[in-house]
Design a protein around this ligand. Structure first.
Ligand SMILES: O=C(O)C1=C[C@@H](OP(=O)(O)O)[C@@H](O)[C@H](O)C1
Ligand SMILES: C=C(OP(=O)(O)O)C(=O)O
Length: 447
């Protein structure tokens, strides 16, 4: 996958804007899009996917599934069709699987390869090649797969799968939907019952979709509220028609932009409202954000709603660390909301942000300093004293370090700044939200 790391950076200045108004739609959910391709590729027969996110990360998953035997095509109508190979039917890829910038593709596909009798080499861009993989190779190794990682347990990394693999019972040491999902996907082609014990609930798209595709999956919650997820394999999956709802993580940039730019009144249609994903809305509402949920309905087995967001006076808060897993990707843009609030916002329990596309605590702290925001970086969170609704100073340049969410967050900050915000590279935005700049220009009236 050609990625921005290989290309010249695309800097841009985001100027102070007028209100965000009108009605927009954000692209399909990234987590659900990856899983839709992977699970369809494991069915015998044809699945159809509408609303698939066509960002670089998801295209990396599509390319990898093709390299392992699935037929995947995009129709002129935007509907994707997948002819799968069946559970157990993945073929040895002829070349290294280039995962680009995508942690989700890498970790989930390692799970799939682990219980097939094939060998695959995983490579990625400079950002992905720094991210920890032992969190998946440890449990998948217990199942019998073998790994040859680069020093530090990173990519490039060779996975030698095994069939039959051995079922395990694994308690997640870190709250991670990617680790959970890697094990559940490996379990599909593993005879017997594999159990993942999840002390802290994370996004549950894998569980919901695996059940929807007919896998033998059950979830029990014990007396301490801990989830035990069991998959009994080998399972056959049944081809599906899937409709991917809009991505709440992408909507978050427009929610914050509409809250902080005076006079805004913006409606974002078709946003996924799965409670394992909506922590950002809860926290912004606690700060005084006016976010109305309209037309609540179900799309593709997931709750969705249209969100009407109006500019609001925000007050700083202390964020309960228990909510972190349900907004783990939204902290960069949440910090921009905090920078515009009155008073101080305190966050903690954010250690995982240090191992995302960039170290998001350090990258956000440096960027906020560069645009004149009062920020203190702690080991596991940021403390931000906001402007009380006054425009941010702006400036920069802000270093995005191959991190799409950093680029989009500072684009939003620019809209509420005196001097504008210079972002050093907007190319990474294509990993999750290729149409972001157009939508932003349209909703601010700049286009
Ligand atoms: O399972 C998924 O689709 C994801 C899980 C999260 O990662 P972790 O599992 O590492 O927390 C999230 O940050 C990522 O954007 C997508
Ligand atoms: C962390 C993210 O993605 P991934 O782990 O798939 O690279 C993200 O999109 O914010």
């Amino acid at each position: 996958m050609a990625h921005s790391a290989d290309q010249a950076p695309v800097p841009r200045r985001f100027a102070r804007s007028g209100p965000l108004t009108g009605t927009i739609r954000v692209p399909g959910d990234k987590s659900i899009s990856h899983r839709a391709l992977m699970l369809s590729a494991l069915c015998v027969g044809q699945s159809r996917i509408s609303g698939l996110l066509e960002g670089e990360d998801v295209l990396a998953t599509a390319a990898a599934m093709r390299a392992m035997g699935a037929q995947i095509e995009r129709g002129a109508d935007g509907i994707w069709t997948v002819h799968g190979v069946g559970v157990g039917g993945l073929m040895q890829p002829a070349q290294a699987l280039d995962m680009g910038n995508s942690g989700t593709s890498t970790r989930l596909l390692m799970g799939l390869v682990a219980s097939h009798p094939i060998t695959a080499m995983f490579t990625g861009d400079a950002s992905l090649s720094r991210r920890p993989m032992a969190r998946v190779t440890d449990p998948l190794g217990e199942m019998g797969a073998e790994f040859n990682a680069s020093p530090g347990g990173t990519l490039p990394l060779m996975v030698r799968g095994i069939s039959p693999a051995v079922p395990i019972s694994y308690r997640l040491p870190v709250a991670s939907a990617q680790v959970k999902s890697a094990i559940l996907l490996a379990a599909l082609n593993t005879p017997g019952t594999t159990t993942v014990i999840e002390p802290v609930a994370t996004r549950d798209h894998s569980e919901k979709m695996l059940k929807g595709f007919g896998a033998d999956l059950t979830v029990e919650t014990d007396a301490d509220g801990v989830r035990h997820i069991h998959v009994t394999g080998p399972c056959d999956l049944t081809a599906q028609d899937i409709e991917v709802p809009g991505d709440p993580s992408s909507a978050a940039f427009f929610i914050v932009a509409a809250l902080i730019v005076p006079g805004s009144d913006l409606t974002i249609e078709n946003v996924g409202m799965n409670v394992t994903r909506t922590g950002i809305i809860t926290v912004l509402e606690q700060m005084g954000g006016q976010i109305e949920r309209l037309n609540a309905r179900t799309v593709g087995g997931e709750p969705v709603a249209d969100l009407r967001v109006r500019a609001s006076a925000l007050s700083g808060i202390t964020v309960d660390p228990a909510i972190v897993p349900s907004m783990v990707d939204e902290f960069p843009v949440f910090f921009i909301a905090a920078a515009m609030a009155s008073g101080t916002t305190v966050t903690s329990g954010l250690d995982e942000l240090r191992v995302k596309e960039s170290d998001r605590l350090a990258t956000m702290a440096r960027g906020l300093e560069a645009i004149g925001v009062d920020v203190e970086e702690r080991e596991d969170g940021l403390v931000i004293t906001g402007s009380g609704g006054a425009s941010l100073r702006g400036g920069g340049p802000v270093a995005t370090l191959l991190d799409h969410r950093i680029a989009m967050s500072f684009a939003v900050a620019g809209l509420a700044s005196e001097q504008g915000v210079n972002v050093d590279d907007t190319a990474p935005i294509a990993t999750s939200f290729p149409d972001f700049l157009n939508l932003l220009d349209r909703s601010t009236g700049a286009a």
